[in-house]
Design a protein around this ligand. Sequence first.
Ligand code: B3K
Ligand code: ZN
Length: 888
Amino acid sequence: MRERQATTTYLKDYRPPNYLIDTTDLKFELDNEFTLVSSKLSLRRNPEVEGWNSPPLVLDGQELELLSVTLDGQVLSHADYALNTESLIIATVPDQFVLEIQVRIKPIENTALEGLYISDGMHCTQCEAQGFRRITYYLDRPDVMSRFTTEIIADQASNPVLLSNGNLLESEELTGGRHSVKWLDPHMKPAYLFALVAGKLEFIEDLFVTCSGREVTLRIFVEAKDLDKCDHAIESLKNSMKWDEEVYGREYDLDIFMIVAVDAFNMGAMENKGLNIFNSSCVLAKPETTTDLTYQRIEAIVAHEYFHNWSGNRVTCRDWFQLSLKEGLTVYRDSQFSADMGSKTVKRIDDVALLRTVQFAEDAGPMAHPVRPDSFMEISNFYTVTIYEKGAELIRMMHHLVGDAGFRRGTDLYFDRHDGQAVTTEDFVKALEDANQVDLTQFSRWYSQSGTPVLKISDQYDAQNQQYRLTVEQSCPATPGQPHKKPFHIPLLIGLLDTDGTDLPLSLQNDLSGVNGSTSLTLEITSEKQQFVFENIPERPTPSLLRGFSAPVKLEYDYSSTDLEFLAQHDSDGFNRWDALQKRFVVLILDFAEKLRQGEEMELPTQLISICSSVLAESENDPQLAAKMLSIPTEAYLWELVDEIDVESIHRAREFVKQELATALNEPLLRVYREQSSNELYQATSQQMARRSLKNLAMQYLVWSGEERWLQMATEQASSGSNMTDVSAALGAIVNSMAPQAGQLSDKALDQFYLNWKHEPLVVNQWLALQAGCPREGALQRVEKLLEHDAFDIRNPNKVRSVVGVFCAQNRIHFHHIDGNGYRFLEQQVIRLDGINPQIASRLLTPLTQWGKHNKPRQTLMKQSLSKILEKGNLSKDVYEVASKSLG
Ligand code: B3K
Ligand code: ZN
């Protein structure tokens, strides 16, 4: 459906459905060209609707060929219903009735990958958010929950495996080489959780015994060639099931849990009841083909989709404005799980890094929206970092405010109270309030107000009275549709360090909470300006503010470089130790960027070198944290922190710091590289991953120093590394090196890599992404060439993301080249893709939407490209919404 019909849907217009569907019996007859979908729905009037005036039945449907409609056994004629591109309307229906509908669809022509489509010869579905209406006419909204049965009939040879939600009821051989199966899902569910898979698949199987002793069969379905890549996912699944029982008291509720891997998928994975469908990149792993990062990502996504069984499926969303009800909560749950499986501090660092770059940028741009939005044109555009990651931060803050036991009481009440219901974010907050007798009214503004709050903090030390005073002021910039904000309720976790770097016991003046004396304290910020006075502070302390990033805010406090260096060495909060060093790097890089503009000399401060060198010296204690601490802030983060982005100076200043630090630390880096290199058999344990991350960071630095011998060393690792983590880190280091000799070495290494791995699509994606991100001259030409390569396929979202996505979002110096060619490239790709896959096209647009922080010439070019897209006309709702909102 194209822009002419692009209307806005508002939360304030929400009305309960007029009709409910108690049971949904589906029959799919799969054929190469067409699929016949027959449905039998038992409907009744919704008793909750007040002032009943026998409204028409309006079923959603898109791109369907209607064959027949029968109401209570009577075939309806054209005069009995109306049909348009979005719905089937039956003007008069009884209070209770059975509707039978037959439609024909063409999965083979479905390139949007929504509804029923074909991925690599296999039938599969994606129904969230509004894909079910591309399968049959239905009340395609999450507050209509129904009991589903699914019958599938298909050719046995080409589709030996036929899957749907729930438990398998029966299967039967039919004549003519066909067979049929029937699945029953006993749990009521909205249509967005429906799934069907048919194809040539094989599976690995395991067993999980739940806490109450029930046996659950676990199966992962993949193409035969991938059977050796399922172990990690199944381990992750078992760990998740156990964790959810232990931490949230949630038990699985069917006899079988299935995961299917497909190649063409718009996002990471989908939590369909009992039948999760995964992008193959988020499930398949083996040491030779998969990096540690992907191992961790798989663990997190398997857990995420599994956790949805309760936070999303058993308790679902009333409408799509409530998306964060399930996504924020489930991201929070998966982040807790990952923290428990590995390092809490490092997990927090990774989450905050994503939030502070991508989400803060979204909050500052034209697509900013509250965690619970008020309106949308296309709901697919709202699967955002705000809904997911900021949504998770809100849950995290509430957990912080009510404590561990209180949070568990709250989630227990939420799940018990709303099991089988479609509810709102208010219902979640209410359960936490009721279980803890707290008032979260002000806190709830986090759900309705968009934008990133700013906390401005100043301090004063009174030596005579041994008092330390913190003054905290909050504000929040205007965002689209929200010029003024009311104060947020912000948990601000702090500590105070004495001159030795030890935490001081904290006692707050007039504090009645009884927590005085502890060394970390949560200040509850609720007004625009507040003061806190700490007693018995013997000397001027160094404040450690926003420990663990206790709230998704921007902190403004006038730290000196010395303060930051001190905190980087002494803060007892691991997150803040990391953050202090990051902040120190930021100050330095931005200062160098200014020096570059002024043509002044740059010199790395010796104190910073010595801190980095002691991080290396002590890296054995926590190799992964050490690797994080020594990671230079990304361009994305630096851009987020400045008012106007100077693309070149920031890039060059950052390169300079990398190279200088690498040179200064050559010796300890080499020592760490050697110490952490080992011949042990690859295991995806957090200990081994930590070592590899430090080792490869050291190697990366050595290569940055630009010396030939380190490039040779990386080349050696790239060709002989025994696992993909080592190989791809080395290859990445060479590909990203700006040393004069790197170009040739990199071409050679890339060619060899391709030869080795061209039969593994997921490895080929890495190969594409590495090249798209390469900062050497000629980047755009290389990317254009990649689009012509045999390995590229515009219909496969993973390939598009690896090439176009990586170039435009990560290769910043080239995408934002002042000649505007990068922008025009994206403009063309978006237009081309919009005809194929609107969701992917719209997502790729993000870098252009953030024109607001660029200098005038770039702003003009970026806006020109957005206008060109709009001028093209006949756009999808997805792209139309983003492009038009971006131009304001
Ligand atoms: N719920 C799905 C996302 C669906 C996106 C639809 N455009 C995956 C997840 O968040 O678990
Ligand atoms: Zn999710």
